[in-house]
Design a protein around this ligand. Structure first.
Ligand SMILES: Cc1cn([C@H]2C[C@H](O)[C@@H](COP(=O)(O)OP(=O)(O)OP(=O)(O)O)O2)c(=O)[nH]c1=O
Length: 198
């Protein structure tokens, strides 16, 4: 059976891979997620996805030779600002107010590695936020949803209420662009739409 290793702790990425019918086993890795000075958001997510995939291969040793490792990283960018995961509820409210009534871009880097082979892509989606008041942002943050999410919102949850429109891939905003991931997986010999699970 064709499958891959998913180097991710994100439940959203698991669901999106399941949606594509790509069987996977989970592996746990740790990488430094700091942004480099003057690093553009697209470069940042691609670098991190590549680091995570490489870390996945290193952690698997011999076993990783049998199936490719997939990793991803998602971030939100508004102009030159990179908005990662908020560290406090107050920071989440500030991030949301920064995005209110504006357009921003969500970037996801995806990388796949097998032995010495490493390939990656970056997918961008434009997201247009409605204008809302600080009291609304505070009420949304009080739901607890924004805290583990880049840009302090989840389009797939309560945060969908804040989104007027998007241009590009929806699954990319959630954390794993399904079309591009399936294409990359196919290049490594792992097909989508498999009905058997591991
Ligand atoms: C903008 C947005 C982000 N997010 C999430 C996707 C990512 O999981 C998270 C960004 O953090 P990431 O660092 O990309 O991923 P992660 O730490 O959750 O998982 P791992 O590194 O182990 O793979 O924000 C949403 O769920 N919905 C959204 O609308």
């Amino acid at each position: 059976m064709q499958y891959l290793y998913l180097a991710s702790r994100s439940p959203r990425r698991r669901e999106l891979l399941q949606q594509a019918g790509i069987p996977f086993r989970l592996i746990d890795i740790e990488v430094d997620e700091s942004v480099l000075e003057d690093e553009a958001a697209a470069d940042y997510v691609e670098r991190l996805a590549r680091d995570k995939a490489r870390a996945g291969v290193a952690s698997q040793g011999e076993a990783a030779q049998s199936a490719p490792v997939l990793a991803a990283d998602t971030t939100v960018a508004e102009g030159t600002h990179i908005l990662g995961k908020p560290e406090t509820p107050a920071e989440a409210v500030d991030m949301l107010m920064h995005l209110s009534g504006r357009e921003h871009t969500v970037y996801t880097g995806i990388a796949m590695a097998l032995g010495d082979r490493l390939e990656s892509r970056v997918v961008a989606t434009r997201v247009c936020f409605a204008s809302f008041r600080r009291a609304d942002a505070e009420r949304y943050v009080a739901t607890g949803e924004p805290m583990d999410k880049a840009g302090a919102y989840g389009i797939q949850g309560f945060g969908g209420v804040l989104v007027e429109r998007i241009e590009g891939s929806y699954s990319n905003v959630v954390g794993l662009p399904v079309y591009e991931t399936a294409t990359l997986a196919a290049e490594f010999g792992v097909a989508c739409w498999q009905t058997e699970t591991l």
